[in-house]
Design a protein around this ligand. Structure first.
Ligand code: FES
Length: 167
C-alpha cells in the first residue's frame, strides 16, 4: 500500500515518518527511528517488553499501528534518562537489582513510571496532590505491573525498586 505520513513527537522531538500503514508503533520506533531500547518480546500484546508511554498512558506498542498515533507524544526508555543522568526509576532498578538478563527491563521501567503516574492521577484532588502520601499494597502494585513478564522472575526486586521510588 502507499505510505502514509505520520507526525510523532518522540522523547520531546518532532519526527516525521512515511510509513506503510501496517507498521506497528513498535516497529516504527525500532526500525524507522532506531530507538531499539523498546523491546519486542512476543509482538502479540502478552509480554509488555514493548511498553511505551503515549500521551502519558502506558501502551503495548506492538499492538498499535503507528498511523493511529499521528500527533501523539511518545516517550520511550531513551527519553527517560541517560547513562550519566538516570531517571529515578532507572536508578532504582540498578540499585535494587530489578533484573537479571535485562530484556524486559525497558518495558518494566516504562510500565512502572506509568503506574506511579496512574496512582498520582487517582488521588482525589481534595485529599492531596502529593504522591508520597498515597499508600498501596504490594498486591496492587503486582496487579498493575502484571502485564510485564520477566522470564528471570526478578519480580520481588522489581517491586522493591518501584516502591523505593515511591517511598
Ligand atoms: Fe508487545 Fe510483547 S512485544 S507485548
Amino acid at each position: 500500500p502507499p505510505s502514509v505520513r505520520v507526525e510523532l513527537r518522540v522523547n520531546g522531538q518532532n519526527r516525521s515518518l512515511d510509513l506503510d500503514p501496517r507498521v506497528s508503533l513498535l516497529d516504527a520506533l525500532r526500525e524507522h527511528l532506531g530507538l531499539t531500547g523498546t523491546k519486542k518480546g512476543c509482538d502479540h500484546g502478552q509480554c509488555g517488553a514493548c511498553t511505551v508511554l503515549v500521551n502519558g498512558e502506558r501502551l503495548n506498542s506492538c499492538l498499535s499501528l503507528a498511523v493511529m498515533h499521528d500527533g501523539d507524544e511518545v516517550t520511550t526508555i531513551e527519553g527517560l534518562g541517560t547513562p550519566d543522568d538516570l531517571h529515578p526509576m532507572q536508578a532504582a532498578f540498578v540499585e535494587c537489582d530489578g533484573f537479571q538478563c535485562g530484556y524486559c527491563t525497558p518495558g518494566q521501567i516504562m510500565s512502572a513510571v506509568g503506574t506511579l503516574d496512574e496512582l498520582r492521577r487517582g488521588i482525589p484532588s481534595h485529599v492531596t496532590a502529593d504522591l508520597e502520601q498515597v499508600q498501596f499494597s504490594d498486591t496492587e502494585l503486582r496487579e498493575r505491573l502484571s502485564g510485564n513478564i520477566c522470564r528471570c522472575a526478578a519480580y520481588p526486586n522489581i517491586i522493591q525498586a518501584v516502591r523505593s521510588v515511591h517511598e
